[in-house]
Design a protein around this ligand. Sequence first.
Ligand SMILES: Cc1ncc(COP(=O)(O)O)c(C=O)c1O
Length: 382
Amino acid sequence: MNLSDRVNSIEISGIRQFYNKVRKVDGALSLTLGEPDFNVPSAIKRYMSEALDKNITHYTSNEGLLSLREKISSYLDTFKIHYDPEEICVTVGGSEGLSSVFGAIVNPNDKVLIPSPGYPAYSALTKLYGGCELQYKLKDDFSIDIENLKKLIEEEKPKAIVISYPSNPTGATLSKKNCLELYELLKDKEIFIITDEIYSGIVYEDEYNSLAQFQDLRDKIIYVSGFSKLFSMTGFRLGYVCATSKYIKGIIKYHQYNVSCAHSATQYAVAEGFDEALIESKRYVEEFKKRRDYIIERLQSMGIDTYVPGGAFYVFPCIKKYGMSSQEFCEKFLNQYKVAIVPGDAFSSGGEGFVRISYAYSMEQLKYGMDKLEKFINNHNK
Ligand SMILES: Cc1ncc(COP(=O)(O)O)c(C=O)c1O
């Protein structure tokens, strides 16, 4: 007996595969994972405890607590993105949000455009729902090559495109220019635009650009986000999807049969603790910025070519000049210096020649990791 062709067509993510290798190297420092190392904001802990005392432990409505959807709606307003609470579905992390979106959109053999390099779930979910992935390669600064995208859309007639900024793995944000170009390209096309903005709360620039800000794109946009990164609460599993009512209803059907609803006490805790938690999260962002600046300075002083990311908590330096594949580079570095970073090819072929370093780790760990990387590079250059 065989499992379905769809499940056999995908593998566990390259990030996890590499992480599993790291666990076998005794005493290795891992700079591989994409989860903030801060504690959950104290307000959320407090309201979580209150939720249990009040026995808020039953199902909520499928789309989630109204009080939380109202908070999300006002929060998105601060990014000039407008969704009414009725247009929001609270999900089990961004992951289940993405899964419900792909499940609701993708028919067998539908083509989905996904960024390369990009977060591995987009490709896996496309295949799991029987669709075909079409990768669009990002430029050297990880922006979108509009001419290439235009050609792909005209030739391949994809049903959906995934836009993912601030990006995992590159940390790149969407520039105003690129955002306007995308708007001009997509506004008259019949295409779903799935915009994954789970890192929107972790940006180091004043300006925030998103296709979801254009009111006249509302009948194409599906907006996915969540609290895992913003509130350092990956284990609590809380995310959300926003879309105009004709789409959100279908997405909620999918979500209902997958999970019924997101965890009720967590929904309550985030709804009640939101404002305080948001203030606390600003401190996380300041700390991340210091770490980013530190890593960039160290990489540049080692002579490693690197793009300066405007958001998320990853840097994605280029290692092409060292004459190794990204797998070779990371395995050698791990085995010789006991520090793990993720090979860029874990994020599809467009990530080859790069490595992802997560700086969701303490300054001490980052310093240790950078000292080792410096030794590795100096030895290689000898
Ligand atoms: C770009 C991107 N989207 C979605 C997710 C899923 O997040 P969650 O932990 O909320 O499921 C992640 C997690 O790493 C991510 O990097």
